[in-house]
Design a protein around this ligand. Sequence first.
Ligand code: HEC
Ligand code: HEC
Ligand code: HEC
Ligand code: HEC
Length: 240
Amino acid sequence: MSRTGSTSTLPSDPPRRWQAWFVPFVLIALTGLLLADPWPHVSPVGPAAVVPASATDMTPVRRPILKPETVVAGMTYRCSECHNLFPSPVETDRPLTQHRAIVLEHGINARCFNCHNRENRDAFADDRGGPIPFDQPPLLCAKCHGPVYRDWAHGVHGRTNGYWNPKLGPMERRKCVECHDPHNPAFKPMRPAPGPNTLRMGDRRSEAEGRSETKNPLLIYRQRLPGGDGDEAKPQRHRR
Ligand code: HEC
Ligand code: HEC
Ligand code: HEC
Ligand code: HEC
């Protein structure tokens, strides 16, 4: 075939009628199908866990008195107002008629005068019976809890509120009695903040279907929580 003098024409079959309709029809049908959304998306991740306000609250669990005062029959008295009137016996192992609300649960530390000063009731007692001011209870705890006191003084035990930068404001070490009741010091269990809901937690859909055979420790823990997870953990069905 010679190229000169001849204008080559591409073979062009005119499209048949049904072909011209086919493509737009399929596209419109697909649009309808997508709009109808017959297979809604089910997210394998649960909804974001809501962190309760209590988990970020910085208020200490106790509000200590820090003053040698107590309320008797609605009136506030200084300890010495009564205790200067009568001497205390050497031991405190009798059932008391006063201060009945105080029940000592401090293990083998079961003696009032291990902490309270026998001669001066407006103070605590140091190892020699001398006074420790009422507003410095950590010094009292330090008598017997040396290692914890040392940790606390270095900021390892307990908590620091306020500012790291002293130019902005004061740094506040929380005192022992703001977390521990001196008469019943074991720290009460707290409900932990909820764990995250991420893909790493695995496909949560199996749980909803009752096939919750999981080795994931976070999930096992959640399932055991009293009144725990429940609805909040179920995977969410939501439409796009
Ligand atoms: C581990 C040390 C310790 C022991 C033991 C102890 N206390 Fe206390 N007590 C304290 C501290 C610390 C405070 C101050 C608490 C505060 O500031 O919130 C206090 C406060 C008090 C108060 C005033 C506050 C209130 O609740 O009315 C009374 C009364 C009292 N103690 C009585 C007793 C009696 C009675 C005993 C013996 C049965 C006893 N304590 C044993 C450390 C101790
Ligand atoms: C309204 C008077 C009153 C006030 C105020 C008072 N006490 Fe007492 N307290 C008593 C009496 C009375 C007893 C002895 C009770 C008994 O023998 O049954 C007692 C007993 C105690 C005891 C047991 C040892 C002992 O002396 O027999 C401790 C410890 C004690 N008080 C600490 C305190 C502290 C700390 C305060 C101040 C925060 C305080 N009390 C304030 C009346 C008072
Ligand atoms: C006279 C010594 C003495 C003083 C003072 C003392 N403790 Fe204790 N504390 C003990 C002993 C002993 C135990 C262990 C009790 C047991 O298990 O039998 C203990 C246990 C504890 C525990 C662990 C409780 C538990 O069951 O988990 C805490 C928390 C504690 N003390 C806090 C304090 C605080 C806070 C103070 C200061 C207000 C304080 N202690 C003052 C002797 C003392
Ligand atoms: C901000 C709160 C906070 C402060 C402040 C605090 N503690 Fe604790 N303490 C805790 C918690 C929480 C635990 C752990 C309880 C548990 O594991 O069950 C604990 C545990 C303890 C224990 C028992 C376990 C151990 O490590 O021996 C002792 C004793 C104790 N604290 C003493 C003190 C003393 C003494 C101070 C002050 C010098 C103090 N704490 C200050 C919160 C606090």
